[in-house]
Write a protein that binds this ligand. Structure first.
Ligand code: GTQ
Length: 342
């Protein structure tokens, strides 16, 4: 059949909203992931001024959430940093409240800048300290407030694009801006985060953790302690955050990790199918993402697309936080990684 005959055929079936698979099969079923995402880095020093300016243009109450969304350069207009995940920098000014709501989307916060804010989750407040990893599982009431005298900024990570993909989004506003505290601060961490559990408590692997704050002080101590032992050539000293009751990820859709790279250490190349968002909490260094070089410093955020080779180099002792959709891919039997020899 001539090419012209085929093109005419395609036009005729187009009217019936049909299209030939053979023209797109290679792209639909690739031999290996060919992510359209771009590697990208947001330098906190460059964007902090914009975040603060947003604080002069709109109140937290008016905005509901005053956030500048970090969009992957290849996905502009999609409110996505990867195909499945959203990230944004949220600002709350002294005296402000981001009102209570709940939604189908799961969220994490990584506190970056300023002191004096809190997040309340399901009746318990937690003070937000730099580096703390805080979660609000799907459909839990949450509100944020700032009782201090400094602007507070944190990184939000949500599964917004995933919930949108499933067309499964629901949300509700609370009756009060700030939810009533029904438990004292630290209660959940004491009950669920100390190698013990309430005697009659059991969870399915898909349920989120009751531990909704993973204090950075503990994470940091842990990373320093394991740094006295052997180092992994591809990861440095790296751990994943877990639901201590199940060993699964803290939330079913988002996995989170923390790693320490001693000064001068360079990881061997590594790739995995979960596009990953990294945040530098301490130190400085560089990331080679599929051959593109980025320098990072504290509070910088960068994104590594699926199946792109990553090499990390630490200029000084460095701590990185990261998150991805790995638990979803693992639940579906999709996740793959490759540790490339040096
Ligand atoms: O804090 O609840 O960045 O609902 C986007 C949506 C934060 C939040 C975001 C949200 C929130």
């Amino acid at each position: 059949m001539s090419n012209q005959a085929r093109q005419e055929f395609y036009q005729r079936i187009d009217a019936q909203h049909m299209t030939p698979l053979w023209e797109v099969l290679g792209a639909l079923v690739p031999k290996a992931p060919t992510s359209p995402l771009q590697p990208a880095l947001w330098r906190y020093a460059d964007v902090r001024g914009h975040v603060m300016e947003a604080g002069r243009l709109i109140t937290a109450a008016e905005a509901e959430r005053r956030v500048l969304v970090l969009e992957n350069p290849a996905l502009r207009g999609n409110s996505s940093i990867t195909q499945s995940l959203y990230a944004g920098l949220q600002l709350i000014m002294p005296g402000e409240v981001a009102p209570a709501h709940r939604h189908a989307q799961s969220a994490l916060r990584l506190v970056l800048d300023g002191e004096g804010a809190y997040t309340a989750v399901d009746g318990e407040r937690t003070t937000m300290r730099r580096g703390d990893f805080i979660i609000t599982p799907a459909w839990t009431w949450h509100d944020h407030g700032n009782l201090g005298d400094q602007p507070v900024v944190w990184l939000d990570g949500l599964d917004i694009p995933t919930v949108r993909f499933f067309d499964a989004g629901f949300a509700e506003h609370g009756e009060q801006a700030s939810q009533e505290a029904t438990r004292p601060e630290g209660d959940a961490l004491a009950r669920y985060g100390n190698n013990m559990l309430p005697v009659d408590f059991a969870q399915a692997p898909s349920e989120p953790t009751k531990v909704f704050v993973y204090p950075f002080a503990r994470t940091r101590d842990t990373l320093l302690a394991i740094s006295r032992g052997a180092i992994d050539a591809h990861f440095g000293h790296k751990l994943r955050y877990v639901n201590p009751a199940t060993g699964a990820s803290p939330m079913p859709t988002i996995g989170a990790f923390a790693q320490r790279l001693p000064a001068g250490f360079e990881t061997l190349p590594y790739r995995s199918t979960d596009s990953t968002v990294y945040v530098c909490l301490e130190g400085e260094g560089s990331a080679d993402i599929g051959g593109v070089q980025f320098d990072f410093a504290p509070n910088d955020v960068f994104v590594v697309p699926s199946w792109h080779r990553l090499r990390l180099r630490a200029g000084s002792d460095t701590i990185l936080f990261s998150f991805s959709d790995r638990p979803m891919q693992q639940a579906l039997g999709l996740w793959r990684e490759e540790k490339i020899p040096g």
